[in-house]
Design a protein around this ligand. Structure first.
Ligand SMILES: N[C@@H](CCC[C@H](N)C(=O)O)C(=O)O
Length: 360
C-alpha cells in the first residue's frame, strides 16, 4: 500500500466496534500497514486499512518509511518493531533532542487495550559528543531507563531503514548507559557491543552489602518471606539475577508466578532505583533459560540487557562459560562476556511489525 499521503479520518467509537483491531478515541489510529499472512480486517469501513503478509522486506520498508518524514501537527508517525517479542514504537526524532512524545503520552501509546501496544517508545535522535546517534526510551509506565538491549537492535534496523542503508551497518549510539555499538550482520541479525558490565553495588544501585570486592554475588535477600540468592549487575540499567532460593537445586522458571513475585523485587527497598529481575534455570554451562520481570514494563517476552546480566551473573557464580545461548520466552539470544576487553556482546533479531500514524 502507499502509506505516505493517505490519511483517513480518526475512527469513531461506532465504527470501532466493527473492527477486529481497535483504536481508542484518545489515540485514533489514522493509518497502518500490517504485514501478516492470514490476517484480514472484517467489516473494514476503511478500504485503505488492510493486513497483508508478515516479514517485511528491506525494499518494502524503504518504499514505506518515507511517510515518517511527514509533518502534521498532533500526528505521530511511527514504526513498530520487536526484538524477540519485546516490542517498541520507534519514533524518528532525528531533527531534535526533545522527544516528540511525553512520558504520559508514551503510557497511553503503549497500552495494549487502548493504545498501539508496546513495551516502550524509542526515540532515534541526533548524535551527541561525536556519536552517530542518540537513543532514548520510555518504558510503558512512562519512566526512562538508561538502556534497552532489544531496543538497540531495533534501533539499528530502524536507522538503516530510515537512511536507506540497506544491509550491514555499524553505528555509534549514545545512550544513558554510555556508548553502545550495534552492527547489522549479513544474516540480518544485529550484534551489539553492550560495553562493560558494572558490578560495584553502589553504582548498580543496590543497598545489598557487597560480599565480593565491591560487588554483590550470590547474596541472600528476603523477598516476601523467602530467601533468594541474588547477583546484581548493571548493564547501564539495574538487574537482579537469581538462580533460585536457598536450598533450591535448579529453578524451574516456568513454575514461577512472575506477576506475583516480580513486583516485589522491582519495588524492594534494597533497590533504590527499582530493578529488573531475571529468574534463571541452568540447562548446561553454555545454555540458560530465563524469565524476566522488567522495571517499568512488567513481564516481557525478552530483555536484552537482562540476558547480558544473566550471563555475567552465571560466570561470576561459576555456573557457565563466557559464551552462552540464553532462552527467553520470545526466543534465544547469543551472549558473550569477552575476557580480553571485558565487554558483553549480544546477538539477536529485530523485525518490523507495522507502520502507523496516530493522533497525539
Ligand atoms: N527490554 C529492555 C530493557 C528496557 C528497560 C528496562 N525496563 C529498565 O527499566 O531498565 C532490554 O531489552 O534490555
Amino acid at each position: 500500500m502507499s502509506t505516505a499521503a493517505i490519511f483517513s479520518p480518526p475512527f469513531t467509537s461506532s465504527n470501532l466496534r466493527s473492527l477486529s483491531i481497535t483504536s481508542p478515541s484518545s489515540f485514533p489510529l489514522i493509518n497502518s500497514s500490517f504485514k501478516s499472512s492470514s490476517l484480514t480486517l472484517q467489516s473494514n469501513p476503511n478500504p485503505r486499512l488492510s493486513l497483508s503478509a508478515m516479514n517485511v522486506t528491506s525494499q518494502e520498508i524503504q518504499s514505506q518509511i518515507s511517510f515518517l518524514d511527514r509533518r502534521e501537527t498532533g500526528v505521530l508517525h511511527f514504526v513498530k518493531y520487536h526484538g524477540l517479542g519485546n516490542d517498541f514504537i520507534m519514533v524518528n526524532n532525528l531533527d531534535s533532542m526533545e522527544p516528540k512524545v511525553t512520558p504520559e503520552q508514551a503510557v497511553k501509546l503503549c497500552d495494549r487495550n487502548f493504545g498501539i501496544g508496546a513495551d516502550g517508545v524509542i526515540f532515534a535522535m541526533p548524535g551527541w559528543n561525536g556519536t552517530d546517534y542518540t537513543m532514548r526510551i520510555f518504558n510503558s509506565d512512562g519512566s526512562e531507563p538508561e538502556m534497552c538491549g532489544n531496543g538497540v537492535r531495533c534501533f539499528a534496523k530502524f536507522i538503516s531503514d530510515l537512511n536507506n542503508l540497506n544491509g550491514r551497518q555499524s553505528f555509534t549510539v549514545h545512550t544513558g548507559a554510555g556508548l553502545i555499538i550495534p552492527e547489522i550482520q549479513h544474516d540480518g541479525k544485529v550484534k551489539v557491543d553492550m560495553g562493560e558490565p558494572v558490578l560495584k553495588a553502589s553504582d548498580i544501585p543496590t543497598k545489598i552489602p557487597p560480599n565480593k570486592d565491591q560487588s554483590v554475588v550470590k547474596s541472600k535477600i528476603e523477598v516476601d518471606g523467602l530467601h533468594w540468592n541474588v547477583t546484581c549487575v548493571s548493564m547501564g540499567n539495574p538487574h537482579c539475577v537469581t538462580f533460585g532460593r536457598d536450598g533450591d537445586q535448579n529453578l524451574i522458571v516456568d513454575e514461577l508466578n512472575l506477576a506475583d513475585i516480580g513486583p516485589k523485587f522491582e519495588h524492594h527497598e534494597l533497590f533504590p532505583a527499582r530493578t529488573n529481575t531475571e529468574f534463571v534455570q541452568v540447562f548446561s554451562r553454555t545454555h540458560l533459560k530465563m524469565r524476566v520481570w522488567e522495571r517499568g514494563a512488567g513481564a516481557t517476552l525478552a530483555c536484552g540487557t537482562g540476558a547480558c546480566a544473566v550471563v555475567v551473573a552465571a560466570i561470576l557464580e561459576g555456573r557457565s562459560e563466557r559464551n552462552c545461548t540464553v532462552d527467553l520466552p520470545g526466543g534465544p539470544l547469543e551472549i558473550e562476556w569477552r575476557e580480553d576487553d571485558n565487554h558483553v556482546y549480544m546477538t539477536g533479531p529485530a523485525e518490523v511489525v507495522f507502520y502507523g500514524s496516530v493522533q497525539l
